[in-house]
Design a protein around this ligand. Structure first.
Ligand code: NPW
Ligand code: ADP
Ligand code: K
Length: 497
């Protein structure tokens, strides 16, 4: 499991390590620089001509120290200083004095022509790190543009200069790196797009922040790695029966969208729950009986009266441990009536997906209740909170927070999960998942885990992680274009413990 910091938290970790615990800032910096130099030695050839472009803060100071280490190991390095040296940090002054004593080539943008950039074959970007505080304009923007135009490999120090370390947004312009070496903890801005794209491959370097500093900052945002799955996924027990693994009610599939009911119901079974019952439109009966005979079925049609639906639901809701409502449900009067009955349930976990979220957007009542788990994609979220998609995209975590005290799975290429104070950023998966039916499978997976008595945050985050892993496994020997929702289901049995 990885703990993820935003810019403020990362600064706090620096501060506690240096001021309270007493590790000299320059000690941390030397370790940061060593990590950068070590990686650049793996990537750059001795014949390369390395340009280290440095701002005047501590990110720049890291760059100066890394360049000095590379020079000691036989690389040709040139430092290009960008910014007002009157404002240089204390550490930057120290690092610069060292390289000047070593008679290394230190240039400033006053006497360095942009045409000279052509001579360099490798770049270290140390202009801004977590201290970037506003849009980049003027001279800084011009140099970043010029570095990107070089089309040479760039390694960014801590954060690609220009990326907001918290939300991954480009503050005007940003360096496009091949790799980013980040220190101590992953930064959320390196995970969210577009930051993730600008950062390239992200390497995490331990530079000696004490565990107690990390603990004191009490990072609330996590992300999983493959080794977490075995620890987190609920175990099956020898002395058990289907009742031990919970019952899921799936309310899904309208007249022309039966597949969604199948995807969600089978996904719940794949996650190991004991029984799945599906309430769906009559049209889907034969398909479900054939494709998923393990599911129990209750069907309705256009003429089914509201009282009948209500009676049917009362019994089934009672029966279920978890309810998943919405995939392919449509927004017909019957769908609405099913939805409105289900959301009255206040004690059991209720997963609301797709059309259930669209129906919720038309309600004046607050749907963000404690027992609800909502799984909107950005367009559904936009309807739900009446905020444009483009605005939500600028800060997924901030908008996901609005759903409290409900649990939310805000789906995007980097899905986030928020529940109370717990936050999760998903790093698994790829564009193979960008296809109809993917979300239906995820909804069923979450419900399946909830039925196994997994608490909502863990159920939502672990299901999201596993959903992504299926795509990673799939593309190992197949085209990412050819993955279907059914393939996610088929892959599950190969990745679950
Ligand atoms: N000892 C430590 O703390 C350790 C820190 N470490 C390293 O330090 C980095 C953080 O260093 P930092 O805090 O000095 O901030 P940094 O990213 O260099 O930027 C600040 C400078 O940028 C300027 N500036 C900001 N926005 C601007 C804009 N839009 N346009 C123009 N200027 C702008 C700002 O100027 P000002 O806002 O004051 O005008 C200031 O001069 C961190 O990412 C890691 O690499 C590691 O070595 C571990 C130990
Ligand atoms: N480019 C991508 N990279 C990673 N995951 C993706 C990408 N595109 C889509 N996904 C995932 O696929 C799922 C799509 O869900 P959704 O949009 O609800 O699909 P549908 O409504 O067709 O079932 C989400 O879990 C989302 O995070
Ligand atoms: K940087």
């Amino acid at each position: 499991m990885q703990y993820i910091a935003n810019a403020k938290e990362a600064k706090k970790i620096d501060g506690i390590s240096i001021e309270q615990i007493g590790i000299p800032s320059l000690v941390l910096m030397e370790r940061a620089a060593l990590a950068v130099a070590k990686r650049v030695e793996e990537l750059a050839k001795k014949e390369d001509s390395v340009l280290i472009i440095c701002g005047v803060g501590n990110n720049g100071a890291d760059g100066v120290a890394a360049g000095r280490m590379l020079s000691e190991h036989g690389y040709r390095v040139t430092f290009l200083l960008l910014g007002n040296m009157q404002k240089a940090s204390e550490e930057m002054r120290v690092q610069l004095a060292i390289v000047k004593n070593l008679a290394l080539s230190v240039r400033t943008t006053d006497d360095f022509l942009k045409e000279e950039l052509e001579q360099y074959t490798f770049v270290i970007d140390a202009i801004f790190g977590i201290g970037l505080s506003r849009e980049i304009t003027g001279k800084y923007a011009q140099w970043i543009q010029a570095v990107n135009a070089m089309q040479k490999p760039v390694v960014s120090v801590d954060v690609p200069s220009g990326i907001d370390a918290t939300n991954g947004q480009v503050l005007g312009i940003a360096i496009r790196a091949k790799e980013t070496i980040t220190f101590g903890t992953l930064k959320s801005g390196l995970l969210f797009f577009p930051g993730a794209k600008y950062a390239g491959v992200v390497q995490l370097a331990d530079i000696g922040f004490p565990k107690s500093a990390l603990k004191e900052v009490c990072l609330q945002t996590i992300s999983y790695d493959r080794e977490d799955v075995k620890k987190l996924f609920p175990q099956r027990i020898p002395y058990s029966n289907k009742g031990s693994y919970g019952k899921v009610l799936v309310i899904a599939g309208s007249k022309n969208m039966g597949g969604a009911a199948y995807f969600a119901a089978r996904a719940a079974y794949e996650m190991g729950c004991g029984l799945v019952k599906v309430i769906t439109h009559q049209n889907n009966r034969d398909m479900l009986l054939e494709k998923l005979p393990e599911a129990l079925l209750e069907c309705y049609h256009e003429e089914t009266k509201e009282e009948e639906i209500s009676d049917m639901l009362t019994d089934v809701v009672q029966w279920a441990d978890v309810i998943a409502c919405g995939p392919g449900l449509g927004t017909s009067p019957t769908a609405r009536s099913l939805f409105e009955t289900v959301i009255k349930e206040e004690n059991k976990p209720v997963v609301l997906d797709a059309d259930a979220i669209n129906l919720a957007s038309t309600l004046s009542d607050n749907i963000f209740q404690k027992n609800k788990i909502l799984t909107p994609h950005l367009k559904e979220m936009s309807r739900l909170i009446e905020t444009p998609v483009a605005t939500i995209q600028t800060d997924l975590m901030h908008y996901a927070d609005m759903a409290k005290p409900a649990t939310i799975v805000l789906k995007d290429a980097r899905t986030v999960v928020v529940s109370d104070e717990k936050r999760y950023i998903n790093r698994s998966g790829n564009h193979a998942l960008a296809k109809g039916g993917s979300g239906d499978v995820l909804c069923g997976m979450i419900a399946g885990l909830l039925a196994r008595k997994t608490e909502p945050f863990l159920a939502a985050s672990l299901a999201t992680y596993l959903h992504g892993l299926t795509a990673e496994e799939y593309v190992k020997n197949r085209s990412s274009s050819s993955m279907f929702a059914s393939d996610i289901l088929d892959m599950l049995s190969t990745i679950l413990p």
